[in-house]
Design a protein around this ligand. Structure first.
Ligand code: SF4
Length: 490
C-alpha cells in the first residue's frame, strides 16, 4: 500500500541545518500522553515532519498514535488522546535524516515498538547511528524483518536478539553495539529508560513533576508542563526510572571524554533552554560579543536575521555600541499557509518568510547577524532585499564558523560539495554573496562564548565541532563505506 508523504514543514527554509528529532517521556501521572503532547509541542523546533506517542495502561496495554505534521494539529483532539490512556508514555518529533529522507512513510515515525519475551518495549531516538548499514545488513542476514527504513529500528532488533534478562539489560547490550550519536528514551510497562551515548553528543535532561519523573531533549519542554529541572543525563549514563524505585543510574559504556554538539548552542536548542548549566540565550548573546571583538566594522545599524540570529545581534550591538534594530521582520505563519506551494509562490522564496523594514534600513550601513551560512542561497536573497530597501552597505557577521563539513550525528546537512564553505574561502564567499564584508566567528571565539575561557583545546576538543573542523569524534563508518573522504590528518 502506498504511504502518504509529507512535504517539508518549512518549504522556504532549505538553507538551514535541521535538527533531526526531539524526545520526551514521563512516568507517574494520570494521562501521561497529554504531558508528552505538551512536551513535544515545546520541542517542535527539533522536528516538524511527524510525531508519535506510545503509552501503557495496566488494563488497556500498549497503545500508540503516529501522525504527520505538527503536534498541535494531531495530539490535541479528544478522539486521538482518549485512545492513549495510562500513567507512562514516551514521544518523538521527527525531521527525517536517516530513513526515507524527503519522503517519510508513517512506518518510519517513532517511537518504535517491539514485543519481547519479557514484555513490550517502545523506543524513541534522537541522533544518528553511524554503523546502521552494517548492523542492518547483519540483522537481516540473521533473520530480522525490518518494518521501517530508520536507523533507530536497529536498536529494537538488537534488543530482540540480546540474551539480557530484563529490558534495561537488553537496551544496554543493544546500545553497546551501536556507534554514533544517540539520546534515547524507552519504556516498558512500568519503567521509563533514558540513555545518552558515551560522548553525550545529543542532549537529554531529567525533570520532576510532583512524584512523576520526566525525560526530555531540552529543559524548555520541562517548563511547559511545570516540571522542575533536576539535572542532565550524563554522557554514557543510562537511567531506569519507575514510580516505585525512583531513578537508578548505570554507566554501561567505556568512559570517554564528552563531545557535546556545539551547534546546539548556536542554533538547534531553544534560547530559553539550559545546556551544561548555561542559558542558551546567554551563550548566543556572548557569541555576538565575541564576534564584535573579532570582526568589528563601522556601521549604523545591527540587524538580526530572525529568529535565530537575534541574541547574537543583541550581543554584537551591545559590544560595538552600534544601535540594534529589527531591520528584518519574520512572518511566523508562512510554513503553515503554503505547505504545498505552487511554483509561482515558491519563486517568491525568502520574501514570503522575511520582509525588510524599509523605514529603518534606508540610507544605512547595515550589519546583518545570522547564525550560519549553509548553501548561501538565503543569505544572497536577504542581501538583495536589504539593498533594494536602500541600504548603503551590507556587512554579514555569522555566529558560527564556516560550515564546511556534513554532520553524521543527527543533523540534516547537504552533501559536502553543496556547502558554500567547503568550496570557497571567506573572501570568495563574500564576493559570491555580493556583500561589503563577511566574517564568521572563529572556533576559539565560539568555544569562549560557550563557556570555555581558554578556547578550544585542540588536543582534546571539549565539544563536537566536526561540521566546522572536519574532525569527527566518531568514525562515520557507513559514510566512509559510501565513499566519503575524511579530512587528511595534519
Ligand atoms: S557535526 Fe556539527 S551539527 Fe553535528 S553533532 Fe557535531 S557540532 Fe553538532
Amino acid at each position: 500500500m502506498s504511504q502518504p508523504h509529507m512535504p517539508p514543514a518549512h518549504p522556504f527554509d532549505d538553507d538551514k541545518l535541521k535538527e533531526e528529532c526531539g524526545i520526551f517521556g514521563i512516568v507517574g501521572v494520570t494521562d501521561a500522553a497529554n504531558f508528552v503532547a505538551l512536551g513535544l509541542h515545546a520541542l517542535q523546533h527539533r522536528g516538524q515532519e511527524a510525531g508519535g506517542i506510545v503509552v501503557h495502561h495496566p488494563e488497556h496495554g500498549f497503545n500508540s498514535a503516529r501522525r504527520f505534521g505538527y503536534v498541535r494539529d494531531n495530539f490535541t483532539s479528544q478522539s486521538v488522546m482518549e485512545t492513549l490512556p495510562g500513567p507512562i508514555a514516551i514521544g518523538h518529533v521527527r525531521y527525517s535524516t536517516a530513513g526515507s529522507k524527503g519522503a517519510t512513510a508513517i512506518r518510519d515515525v517513532q517511537p518504535f515498538f517491539g514485543e519481547l519475551s519479557m514484555g513490550g518495549v517502545a523506543l524513541a531516538h534522537n541522533g544518528n547511528i553511524t554503523n546502521a548499514n552494517a548492523l542492518r545488513r547483519e540483522l537481516i542476514e540473521r533473520g530480522s524483518i525490518f518494518q521501517s527504513s530508520s536507523d533507530s529500528e536497529c536498536i529494537i532488533h538488537l534488543m530482540a536478539r540480546s540474551m539480557g534478562r530484563s529490558i534495561p539489560d537488553r537496551v544496554e547490550e543493544a546500545l553497546r553495539k551501536v556507534e554514533g550519536a544517540f539520546s534515547v528514551v524507552a519504556m516498558t510497562r512500568t519503567k521509563l529508560i533514558g540513555v545518552r551515548d558515551p560522548l553525550g553528543v545529543r542532549p537529554l535532561v531529567l525533570g520532576k513533576l510532583g512524584e512523576a519523573w520526566v525525560l526530555s531533549s531540552e529543559t524548555c519542554a520541562l517548563d511547559i508542563i511545570g516540571a522542575e529541572f533536576i539535572r542532565e543525563i550524563a554522557p554514557g549514563e543510562m537511567v531506569v526510572i519507575s514510580e516505585k524505585t525512583g531513578v537508578e543510574s548505570h554507566f554501561p559504556f567505556r568512559p570517554q571524554k564528552p563531545r557535546f554538539c556545539i551547534f546546539e548552542h548556536v542554533y538547534f536548542s531553544r534560547p530559553d533552554s539550559i545546556i551544561g548549566g548555561r542559558s542558551v540565550y546567554e551563550t548566543r548573546r556572548q557569541i555576538g560579543v565575541e564576534l564584535a571583538r573579532e570582526a568589528p566594522v563601522e556601521a549604523d545599524l545591527v540587524c538580526p536575521v530572525p529568529d535565530s540570529g537575534t541574541p547574537a545581534a543583541i550581543g554584537f550591538a551591545h559590544e560595538s555600541g552600534i544601535p540594534y534594530g529589527m531591520g528584518i521582520v519574520r512572518n511566523q505563519y508562512v510554513g503553515r499557509t503554503f505547505i504545498e506551494p505552487t511554483e509561482q509562490i515558491r519563486n517568491m522564496g525568502v520574501r514570503l518568510k522575511l520582509n525588510v523594514n524599509r523605514a529603518l534600513i534606508k540610507g544605512k550601513r547595515v550589519i546583518l547577524v545570522d547564525d550560519s551560512v549553509v548553501r548561501g542561497t538565503t543569505s544572497r536573497k536577504i542581501k538583495e532585499m536589504i539593498l533594494d530597501a536602500g541600504a548603503k552597505e551590507v556587512h554579514f557577521r555569522i555566529a558560527s564558523p564556516p560550515t564546511a563539513w556534513p554532520c553524521f550525528y543527527g543533523v540534516d546537512t547537504p552533501q559536502r560539495d553543496k556547502l558554500l564553505a567547503a568550496t570557497m574561502s571567506e573572501d570568495e564567499m563574500r564576493d559570491h554573496l555580493g556583500v561589503d564584508s563577511l566574517k564568521f566567528i572563529s572556533l576559539n571565539g565560539l568555544y569562549r562564548a560557550a563557556g570555555e575561557a581558554s578556547g578550544r583545546n585542540d588536543a582534546h576538543p571539549q565539544y563536537c565541532d566536526a561540521c566546522f573542523s572536519g574532525e569527527y569524534p566518531v568514525r562515520p563508518a557507513d559514510m566512509l563505506e559510501q565513499g566519503f573522504q575524511m579530512k587528511a590528518a595534519e
